[in-house]
Every structure is written in structure tokens, then in C-alpha cells.
Design a protein around this ligand. Structure first.
Ligand code: TYM
Length: 332
């Protein structure tokens, strides 16, 4: 009966959600429940690849759920859950580890970046992380995986692993497509436009729960460019800082780069930077207020994640049983 296509994505609750997570991912998930069967989760097992403070991990996980809802993901219409509450993720993750090659895992950019950043803790989980991500995805047989540009490589690996498994055992997994937004797929740090926006550079990172005055301060201090032209023109090669601000403004307002150039024609960065700050503040204001309201209601959040885990677990279990049978494990 249910002919809807399936969409699935997740975010690691390893810190507070930021503008890159919103523009690159969540904004692209929203308001699709009429069209798609949607699964969105907090990828808490993934965060363990880097040391976490336990109480903060718990807080960030619930805060992330509240923000998902505040961003318009109605829990009645979208399945919202915590990854570790659906044990099939870890179970299929193990199986897929055995179908993912060492060479493939060695090529993953996120592994290379994180092992450079955490040289004292290059653990096995960090290396095999993409197999768990493949399991996250393939359990739900999604058509689309809406992610930012930096996760495309992992979704492509997921496709290769799924194809390999299907070739060996017959049609088991649907082959998912990455779904990358046209604007906002790669938001850069405000004070280091050659690095992607991430919580590891907090001053260049706008958190969704930041107060308006903090957001405005970060935009006013944003690095623009050292050229003498001082005009708002989209040129990512020679003006990466301005191009990044333009991408943010475009993603918030829906305006094209040409329209933005016209809007700020003859005005310097002094007018442009606070205008981007204001657009972001106004876009985030209702989300922050609604998230704070939801976060105060712990019983409601608990009901949402319990219900989500039950719905997700039902679907995940069907896929896992199929996989176990195909590889030759004796049915329980
Ligand atoms: P994570 O938690 O690093 O990021 C979550 C989402 O936010 C996007 N994103 C960005 N987009 C634009 N500009 C940025 N600066 C930026 N920073 C982050 C990411 O592309 C991502 O869509 N492995 C995943 C989490 C994950 C997952 C999954 C995703 C686990 N299992 C299954 C999809 C499906 C990760 O580390 O994303």
C-alpha cells in the first residue's frame, strides 16, 4: 500500500548543532513528510569514535531531538529516534564491516581528517565508522539520503557496499542516492573560510541556539577578503570569505547570487556582513524559541524517542533478518 519513497539521515550529537548542519542537512529534510517516508536520527554511537563527556553527550542528544522538532519535523509524520535505541544498527554494522574493504576505509576523507585531529586516539571505530553509517542507511532501504557535501563520500561507499552484497546474495538492499542541497552544501568557517564550519572552530561557527547578539558579533568579525575591490561579488576562488557569506545569505533568503550582488551594489562589506547576520538571526529565532520550549518538556521528548525507536526498530528488524538469513546465520 505504502508507495512513498523513503528518506533518511542522521547527525552526530557530538556538540551543539550549527548553521552548517542546518543549511547543509536539516533544512533540506524539512516538510517532506507528505511526499516521503522519513527517518531522522541522532547518531550517538558514531560520536564514541571521539572521546565524549557522558553528561554532555546525553544533553546534546536530547537537545538535537528538540531542534529537529523545532525545525518542523513533526514526530507524528517523521520517525525520529536515537541510533543506540535500535540495536539493529550495531548488528548490521558488524556484518557490513565484513563486506567493506580496508582500502576503501583508508580512502575516507573524514577518517584522514579526524585521525590527524585526534592523533592520540585513532581507534578501530573511527576507521570502520563508514560501515556503521552504511548500516544506518541500508536498514531502512531509503531512496534518498539528504546530507551536506562532506558526507557524499560515505553515501557513495554505502552504495558500493550494498551493490557488493546484492551481487553476492541477490537483491537485498535498495541502492540509495545522496541528496545534496544546491545552496548551503558546504558552509565554511566564518573566521577561516578555507575550513568547513564545525564546532572545532567555535568563533567561526554559528550554533543554532546562539543568542542573536552572539550571532551578529560572529558575522561582524567574519573574515572577508584582502582584495582592494571591497565589493560583494561571487568568486569562490579569489573571494572565498565573501562567497561563503553570500552562500549563507542565499540559503537564508532564497535569493540568487546575481540578486545579492545587485542588492549590495555600491555598498562595502560593512553593510553586507550585518545584513547576513540579521538574515540568519531571523531564520533561527523561531527555531531557537521553539526548541527551548520543547526541551523543557522532558516527558514529551521521551515519548517521541520511545515511539520513534519502536517504529524504526520494526523496519530495521525486517532488513536485518533478511541479511542474517542470506549470509547463513541460523534463525532465532
Ligand atoms: P555530521 O554529524 O558531521 O554532520 C551532520 C550533517 O550536517 C552536514 N554538515 C554540513 N553541511 C554544510 N556545511 C557544513 N559546514 C557542514 N557540517 C556538517 C553533514 O554533511 C551532515 O549531513 N556521518 C555523519 C552522520 C551520520 C549519517 C548517517 C548521515 C551517521 N549515520 C546516516 C546520514 C545517514 C556525520 O558525521 O555527519
Amino acid at each position: 500500500m505504502d508507495e512513498k519513497k523513503v528518506m533518511l539521515s542522521g547527525i552526530q550529537p557530538s556538540g551543539e548543532l550549527h548553521l552548517g548542519n542546518y543549511l547543509g542537512a536539516i533544512k533540506n529534510w524539512g516538510a517532506r513528510a507528505e511526499e516521503f517516508d522519513c527517518y531522522y536520527f541522532m547518531a550517538d554511537l558514531h560520536t564514541l569514535t571521539v572521546r565524549q563527556v557522558p553528561a554532555e553527550l546525553r544533553r546534546h542528544t536530547l537537545e538535537q531531538l528538540a531542534i529537529y522538532i523545532a525545525c518542523g519535523l513533526d514526530p507524528e509524520k517523521n520517525t525520529l529516534f536515537i541510533q543506540s535505541h535500535v540495536p539493529q544498527h550495531a548488528e548490521l554494522g558488524w556484518v557490513l564491516n565484513c563486506y567493506t574493504m580496508f582500502g576503501e576505509l583508508s580512502r575516507m576523507t573524514q577518517f584522514k581528517d579526524k585521525s590527524a585531529k585526534h592523533a592520540e586516539n585513532i581507534n578501530g571505530g573511527l576507521f570502520t565508522y563508514p560501515s556503521l553509517m552504511a548500516a544506518d542507511i541500508l536498514l531502512y532501504q531509503p531512496d534518498f539520503v539528504p546530507v551536506g557535501e562532506d558526507q557524499k563520500q560515505h553515501v557513495e561507499l554505502t552504495r558500493d557496499v550494498a551493490q557488493r552484497f546484492n551481487n553476492l546474495y541477490g537483491e537485498t538492499f535498495k541502492i540509495p542516492e545522496p541528496y545534496i542541497p544546491k545552496t548551503g552544501a558546504r558552509i565554511m568557517s566564518l573566521n577561516a573560510p578555507d575550513s568547513k564550519m564545525s564546532k572545532s572552530i567555535p568563533e567561526g561557527c554559528v550554533f543554532l541556539m546562539d543568542k542573536p547578539e552572539d550571532i551578529q558579533r560572529k558575522f561582524k568579525r567574519a573574515i572577508t577578503d584582502s582584495d582592494t575591490e571591497h565589493c560583494v561579488r561571487y568568486d569562490p576562488q579569489t573571494k572565498p570569505g565573501v562567497a561563503n557569506l553570500m552562500s549563507i545569505y542565499a540559503a537564508c533568503t532564497g535569493r540568487s547570487f546575481a540578486e545579492i550582488e545587485t542588492e549590495f551594489d555600491g555598498q562595502g562589506y560593512g553593510a553586507f556582513k550585518p545584513a547576513v547576520g540579521d538574515a540568519v538571526i531571523e531564520m533561527l529565532r523561531p527555531i531557537r524559541e521553539e526548541a527551548q520550549r520543547i526541551l523543557a518538556d522532558k516527558a514529551y521528548l521521551e515519548q517521541v524517542y520511545r515511539d520513534g525507536a519502536q517504529r524504526a526498530g520494526y523496519v530495521a528488524n525486517k532488513t536485518l533478518r533478511k541479511v542474517y538469513k542470506k549470509v547463513g546465520l541460523v534463525a532465532r
